[in-house]
Design a protein around this ligand. Structure first.
Ligand SMILES: Nc1nc2c(c(=O)[nH]1)N[C@H]1C(S)=C(S)[C@@H](COP(=O)(O)OP(=O)(O)OC[C@H]3O[C@@H](n4cnc5c(N)ncnc54)[C@H](O)[C@@H]3O)O[C@H]1N2
Ligand code: MOO
Ligand SMILES: [Mg+2]
Length: 423
């Protein structure tokens, strides 16, 4: 199977993987820890919002009927009976000809049905016993009514929603000190290859330092998973079977780097031929990273990324990020693209869609996709500048500068670009 591989599309490969993912349980976290997590159930308004009639202005609470005759030339004079600050409960009900000083956010006194802002009154000092009302008001004018924004019992956030800063605000408003969230998936991570040295080891001929593990660990955490780093694995099939089986007990998904091609020591490819492994895919119509592989072992998915750093990075965005989002309970996990104009021509022919690393530039209101010149799968020096993948479709002779291309942007995640109608 490692040599006679069946090629499938990126979409089919992702589908095969996603349908094998289990469901994560939920946990309660303090709201201070909830940012970026996924809500595990629908949340409801525990009260009306606002939960009392309140003033949106600094001014006077009045009875509109008392102001009917008011004009700038002939202000109506009302007796000031109370000052109400935000947080106070008013103690005096307004009788005919009376007004209360009231601050923004404060509760309306009984009898009041309109608010006039200070600027539209004549009132020399804060302690004055009278106020001149310089215009007439309609009943209800400038009053924030109880429940006008949200009614008690309404759904305020849905299961599967990402908890962003706005969600934090609404959950806090309704008193949710603890929030039910989907448990973060534990993503095991290891690199294969005897050529790999640790970051603190001196270079010796033929060997390289392991850069993929740290890169992937950062990406996993950023995507919302808990990375569990395991030691590098030698390219030995029997060792691999034992080691991976052990690791899989501790994680929800295992991500590996390297050993997926047809080389003599490509251990992850060899593993897919073993009876205990169930192959999901091992050849994808894409460049780089066509040998990216996935298999089930011990009932759990392994995503085996290419060892080439550029291909490894792409494999993460196409397969691991959606896996983490899906396990995190997110409803939108599909890798969606946006359109931009290709900044320079790319004419290298390719039998499969090619994902060029690059970045987006806005020039005079037009979005351009700028490919990196250093796009070989084995190159890693410019990975840090790579903010998107520019998709050059298969066949033909590439794309010309100015042509519209699909772009998969991880700096501006395309899964955050909404589908559907504008308001
Ligand atoms: N005869 C063929 N050879 C290759 C083919 C092919 O179709 N036929 N495909 C090529 C393609 S495409 C890719 S992609 C690579 C896939 O390689 P592997 O996933 O098997 O990865 P390795 O062989 O282990 O390593 C490849 C490369 O990456 C370096 N590497 C590995 N791990 C790390 C790490 N953790 N950090 C940094 N760099 C790493 C490794 O030293 C190699 O240079 O196969 C092609 N070959
Ligand atoms: O597709 Mo490989 O990923 O060329 O390096
Ligand atoms: Mg190899």
């Amino acid at each position: 199977m490692r040599f006679s591989r069946q090629m499938i599309t990126v979409e089919d490969a992702l589908h095969r993987l996603l349908e094998r993912l289990g469901k994560q349980g939920s946990e309660e976290v303090h709201i201070g820890e909830a940012y970026g997590r996924t809500l595990a159930c629908d949340m409801y308004a525990t009260e009306d919002l606002p939960h009392f009639d309140r003033s949106p202005l600094d001014g006077f609470a009045v009875r509109a009927v008392d102001t009917v005759a008011a004009s700038p030339d002939r202000p109506v004079r009302l007796k000031v009976v109370e000052t109400i600050a935000a947080g106070d409960v008013p103690t005096v009900a307004l009788a005919e000809g009376c007004a209360s000083r009231i601050m923004t956010g404060a509760m309306l006194p009984a009898g009041a049905d309109a608010i006039i802002m200070f600027e539209q009154t004549q009132q020399p000092a804060a302690i004055a016993a009278e106020v001149g009302i310089r215009r007439s008001l309609k009943p209800g004018e400038n009053v924030s009514r109880r429940g006008e924004e949200i009614r008690q019992g309404t759904i305020i956030a849905h299961e599967g929603e990402n908890i962003n800063a706005g969600t934090m605000a609404i959950l806090a408003t309704f008193g949710y000190a603890h929030v039910p969230v989907v448990r973060k998936p534990r993503i095991g991570l290891l690199s294969t290859g005897v050529e790999l040295l640790d970051v603190d080891q001196p270079l010796i001929p033929g060997k390289i330092r392991n850069s993929n593990t740290l890169m992937l660990s950062a990406l996993i955490a950023e995507a919302g998973g808990i990375p569990l780093l395991f030691p590098n694995m030698p390219d030995d099939l029997e060792v691999a079977k034992g080691t991976l089986t052990e690791h899989l007990r501790l994680v929800d998904v295992l991500v590996t780097s390297g050993g997926v091609s047809v080389g003599d020591y490509d251990v992850m490819a060899a593993l897919t031929d073993e009876p205990e492994a169930e192959l999901l895919f091992n050849r994808i119509a894409m460049r780089p990273g066509s040998p990216t592989t996935s298999l089930m072992l011990q009932g759990k998915p392994i995503i085996a990324l290419s060892g080439n750093p550029g291909a490894c990075f792409l494999g993460f965005e196409l397969f691991v990020r959606p896996t983490i989002l899906s396990l995190s309970g997110r409803q939108e996990v599909r890798v969606r693209t946006i359109q931009a104009k290709l900044a320079i021509s790319y004419t290298k022919p390719c039998p499969y869609p090619r994902y060029l690393r690059g970045w987006l530039v806005e020039e005079e209101g037009v979005l351009y996709a700028q490919p990196d010149f250093n796009e070989k799968a084995g190159n890693l020096g410019t990975l840090k500048n790579s903010e998107c993948f520019i998709i050059i479709p298969a066949g033909g002779s590439g794309k010309q500068a100015g042509d519209l291309v699909e772009v998969l942007s991880h700096a501006m995640p395309s899964w955050k670009v909404r589908e559907g109608k504008r308001l």
